[in-house]
Write a protein that binds this ligand. Structure first.
Ligand SMILES: [Zn+2]
Length: 282
């Protein structure tokens, strides 16, 4: 089912990119200055960009800086995140990722805090099984969201080689670098360590986290972030009015846009019964 969905997504994206190739060239020119390159280099760079975009599976949208800067996101609000990280990831790497995501959220005057972090042994091999286990963990005053960071084992390396083989063989990339459940958009996982292999051609742990971070704010996949800006602005407005003791940073689900504003509500939805107890508190 998921595989099917992924394939459909993939086809849609290719059609989408073909339709919008002119826009993509403009974006490329703006971001890396391809217009200043000789035409042969320009062509090559353009192909590289297309390859990167297609292989990146899906996008949460390009920034519209002018629009975002014209919006007033109000006062700074805090997003508390509880993080599970696997033992092959160093704490400094967790801090580094936190910094990258924090930089992105600062655009919306949101202060990111990895409030509780906990080192764990791998929950399960596949991300979907990890997501399933994350349901057990309760949100609370210190956890508006829960993120699970995958490390890297020999088993992963073997799996990566197989999936890359399939990618070059039939052009379908099976590996998923991160995901957020779309029912409440309150928990997800990211692969946080795959340096030195071909994965870096497609993405990086930091860009995966930033991407999933947008889902954790309630943003779906889109070409431009304009709708996402409105979703974040709206969430902040609702936070401001929320006076509940068990309030969480407001978020909405992807499909039916159900609003979630309290830990009680989310914990009831998932039947969560386990406290997140971090190794240390900041
Ligand atoms: Zn996504």
């Amino acid at each position: 089912m998921e595989y099917k969905l992924f394939l459909n997504n993939y086809k849609c994206k290719i059609i989408f990119y073909i339709r919008h190739w002119k826009n993509l060239i403009n974006i490329a020119e703006e971001h890396i200055g391809v217009n200043r390159c000789p035409s042969v280099v320009k062509k090559k760079k353009f192909l590289l960009i297309i390859l990167l975009l297609i292989s990146n599976c899906t996008t949460v949208g390009f920034h519209d800086n002018k629009l975002r800067k014209s919006m007033d996101f109000g006062e700074e609000q805090t997003l508390n995140v509880c993080v599970f990280y696997e033992d092959s990831i160093g704490k400094s790497e967790v801090v580094e990722l936190e910094k990258d995501w924090a930089e992105e959220l600062a655009l919306y005057k949101i202060k990111l805090q990895f409030k509780n972090i906990k080192k764990v042994e791998r929950f399960a091999f596949f991300g979907t099984d990890v997501l399933d286990q994350l349901r057990r963990y309760k949100l609370g005053t210190e956890c508006d969201r829960i993120v699970y960071m995958f490390g890297r084992t020999w088993g992963d390396i073997a799996y990566e080689i197989v999936t890359l083989g399939i990618f070059f063989g039939v052009g379908v990339k099976l590996e998923i670098h991160g995901a957020v459940e779309s029912y409440t958009n309150t928990r997800g996982f990211v692969k946080s360590k795959y340096a030195a292999l071909l994965q870096l051609l497609f993405t990086s742990p930091s860009s995966t986290l930033v991407h999933e971070g947008y889902h954790l704010m309630g943003c779906p996949h889109m070409l431009w972030k304009d709708e996402c800006y409105k979703i974040i602005l709206d969430a902040k407005k609702k936070n401001r009015k929320n006076t509940r003791d068990d309030k969480i940073f407001n978020v909405r689900s992807t499909g039916d846009r159900q609003e979630y504003y309290s830990s009680e509500q989310v914990n009831y939805f998932w039947g969560s019964d386990t406290e997140f107890i971090g190794d240390n508190k900041k």
